[in-house]
Design a protein around this ligand. Sequence first.
Ligand code: C2E
Ligand code: MG
Ligand code: MG
Ligand code: MG
Length: 285
Amino acid sequence: KARRSETTAVEFFHTSMHAQAVRTLQIEADLRWALAHGGLAVHYQPIVHLADARTRSFEALVRWPHPNHGLLSPAEFIPLAETLDLIHDLGMVVLRTVCEDVRDWQRHFAPAAVPRVSVNLSARQLARPRLAHELLEAIDRAGIERPAIRFEVTESLLAHPEGPARQTLHALRTAGIEIMIDDFGTGHSTLSYLHTIPCDQIKLDGSFVRSLTEDSRLLAIVRHSIELSHDLGMKVVAEGIESEAQRDILRELGCDYGQGYLFSRPQDRARTFLRLQQEFGEIPA
Ligand code: C2E
Ligand code: MG
Ligand code: MG
Ligand code: MG
């Protein structure tokens, strides 16, 4: 009897492994299809002035409206895209989508009123020697001004002073494009080499913001990070602001901009258009 249930367990194990493998293959095929056929969506989350909560810029965040699994978030498919070596294709799809949206918005609103949009770059992309050329070409082809786009990179990949990542960032900044250091504070020796990174703004990681109200030592770190960034001529964005208490502290510490559910969740293109209309559009008589 015991023997029998063992066999059953083994058979079950094989069946479910097989099912899992099939599911993985299916989702791989789905991702390739989505990339080739416009199946990914870009959502936009406002980055606001902490002083008055007005939209200063947007961050572009990729989403995958999957026919069977619903709206998938990046955590559920970016790692897969990295494994399949599709992350650069994905990044270019996102950039082209953003450029098209920005061009549409600039047609509807005064181009100067349309906030800049920042696009995330993955570490894998930054290893490409011709990346700056590829990015600039996509922006130029869309017919928008280069400074309309910004790029966000995480600090960890800037640890090597002479790598292609730094050359790419230099080339982009020379072309008039701003660089933001994403998830600032989660890396290792951040402060010691901050002055050597070619960048314009830092984005203070949400993990700092979350515990800010309870932890006075963290508060000291954040205060000094903001001061240091300002001394180096950089603006500071705080990510993941969910409460008014967090916003108030950050404002007191002199943080420039904020991003988080308190102000707005990431929203699709249509809702973003409405937001632009409310904030920057002509108000009908
Ligand atoms: P990130 O660049 O640090 O983006 C911020 C993340 O925090 C987003 O998650 C955003 O939805 C979330 N967030 C914003 N406000 C709040 C808040 O108040 N509370 C909380 N708990 N979360 C908040 P999302 O959209 O799931 O993206 C996760 C990560 O995926 C991003 O982190 C980024 O590293 C990556 N990612 C997103 N889009 C792209 C892309 O187009 N290309 C690449 N390479 N990576 C991307
Ligand atoms: Mg980001
Ligand atoms: Mg971030
Ligand atoms: Mg993050």
